[in-house]
Design a protein around this ligand. Structure first.
Ligand code: MN
Length: 517
């Protein structure tokens, strides 16, 4: 039996069963049908400790949430922590304890001063904002606030989100005595749409409100990755803010009009990391930003050095940062070609996972488990290639191509007729495959026209911006309920089915052609 002594909560994990003293803040009190559960946080860590007076009877009724105290606990052989007595701090002693805890927390939420994985002026210019985001995430963990990551369901989104997940879970494992805590306090889920859909926020809120009632949890910090920066995200984010959730956005989609370094979501979210706000563009991907941010959240995580290059290959990023990240990946024996393979596998997996988080599955593809990783990539890649080859035959047979007067080579597909519902490759990917077959011949655009949507891919040498197109079409056909978004050269236009003819006609006019296929 060890001597009773005052101990930091984070160190309890390594102690033998026995009696100890801790001091800290009563974070919350939960009455169960059996004992009363007190969550105690000393700024270094957090425990749940039980006290039993009688079935469903509130133990220590004089101890309330927010109180500070010195507590004698007993860690049982079963790792259960029981309270032996609580010595509540009053007056100056309580004030001092509160101040001490705040100092500890302020010290611990400060992100480390460290180099990014690459040298980059762009990243340095974004550093203050990245530090703000890292501080908010660290603060959430240290204050026992649950965290939800919502991310775009493509390789870039998965990469950024999983890097952050690893960092957050690693911090949580250090902070909570209970090894199960990460399952209670952390969740990640992909979003099918390239924005935070209202259906997704409703799901997130109903879970968090339930946990608030059941476990007395705080409102979750919601972290949006490769999503969250456009006008389409506003409704969901505003809804979260009404329920008092802090919101952090890590994205590289064009956030719309920027005024004084701020876009429309900046008025609502707590922190927004986006290269466009700093005069850069989508070539600094969400996966790059998420990985660098993850290192600021927990510098101890490793094995993610090649994540940025992987996200960049998948999102077809170019430029100085991309080249440096590729060089870094090469040091881990991962060249562009192999990264492309991994990216294709992640997209394939994401297609079938839909809204499931894919816990572990995508991690394995991202090389968490080296043996499995190689087997998986080989298995899936061969299958994907087979499916793509089949799809290429379909495209070659049914894609209508021609040259417009302005020199643009145009390919048009009937998106739903050349794909099978639910199968891989879906319409978006199919347009991508068609685009790859045409785009080595100069200015190219491929359209995948569906009953109520048009998927668009264009080469960068065409002066074309999907977000502009959406704006203009909205003005020209105000009754078509035009929606959509994407990057400048890749995105989707959505409309009501009844307006299809007019929308297509308008699009062809924009392209400088009057007769459409
Ligand atoms: Mn992306």
């Amino acid at each position: 039996m060890e001597q009773s002594s005052l101990i930091k909560i984070t160190n309890l994990k390594h102690k033998n069963p026995g009696e100890y003293f801790v001091q800290g803040k009563i974070e919350n009190v939960q009455q169960t049908s059996g004992p009363t559960v007190f969550t105690i946080n000393d700024g270094y860590g957090s425990i749940e400790a039980v006290a039993f007076m009688g079935k469903g009877e509130r133990a220590y009724p004089n101890i309330k949430e927010g109180d500070t105290a010195k507590i004698k606990i007993n860690i049982g052989e079963d790792q259960r922590i029981r309270i032996e007595n609580i010595n509540k701090f009053e007056g100056i002693k309580a004030e001092k304890m509160n101040r001490t805890i705040n100092e500890i927390i302020n010290e611990r939420i400060r992100p480390p001063k460290m180099d990014f994985l690459i040298q980059s002026e762009a990243l340095e210019n974004m550093r203050t904002q990245m530090n703000n985001a890292a501080r908010e995430i660290r603060k959430a963990v240290i204050n026992n606030r649950p965290i939800i990551i919502r991310h775009h369901a493509d390789t870039d989104g998965y990469v950024g989100a999983i890097a952050l997940e690893r960092a957050i879970v690693s911090l949580m494992e250090k902070h909570y005595f209970d090894p199960e805590a990460r399952w209670k306090y952390f969740n990640r889920a992909p979003s099918k749409s390239p924005f935070y859909e209202y259906g997704d926020v409703i799901r997130d809120l109903s879970f968090s409100i339930r946990n608030k009632e059941k476990f007395e949890h705080k409102e979750p910090l919601v972290l949006l990755v490769d999503n969250g920066s456009t006008d389409e995200d506003l409704l969901s984010i505003k809804k979260l803010k009404i329920y008092n959730s802090p919101v952090v956005v890590v994205d590289h989609h064009h956030p719309g009009k920027i005024k004084d370094g701020k876009s429309s979501v900046d008025n609502v979210v707590d922190f927004h990391v986006n290269p466009y706000l700093f005069g850069y563009d989508r070539n600094i991907t969400a996966g790059m930003l998420g990985t660098e941010l993850a290192r600021l959240v927990d510098p101890k995580i490793n094995n993610i050095d090649y994540f940025p290059a992987l996200s960049g290959v998948a999102d077809v990023a170019r430029g100085e940062e991309m080249n440096k990240y590729l060089d870094l990946a090469k040091k881990h024996n991962l060249d562009r070609e192999y990264l492309k393979k991994i990216g294709m596998c992640v997209d394939f997996e994401a297609h079938f996972l839909k809204f499931l988080e894919g816990y572990g599955l995508v991690d394995d593809l991202l090389g968490e488990n080296h043996e499995k990783h190689k087997d998986l990539v080989e298995l899936l890649y061969n299958d994907i290639i087979h499916r793509i080859k089949e799809q290429e035959k379909v495209i070659d047979k049914y894609m209508k191509t021609r040259k417009l007067d302005n020199g643009i080579r145009l390919g048009v597909l009937d998106a739903e007729k050349v794909t099978s519902r639910g199968q891989f490759p879906p319409p978006g990917k199919t347009v991508g495959i068609a685009f790859d077959r045409l785009s080595d011949q100069g200015k190219t655009m491929v359209l995948g026209i569906g009953p109520d949507f048009i998927i668009i891919r264009a080469t960068e040498d065409i002066n074309f911006d999907i977000n502009e197109l959406i704006k203009n079409t909205k003005e020209k056909i105000p009754y078509a309920s035009i929606q959509g978004g994407g990057h400048e050269n890749a995105g989707t236009l959505k409309f009501v089915e009844a307006a299809k003819e007019e929308v297509v006609e308008e699009l062809f006019k924009t392209l400088g052609s009057n007769d459409y296929v």
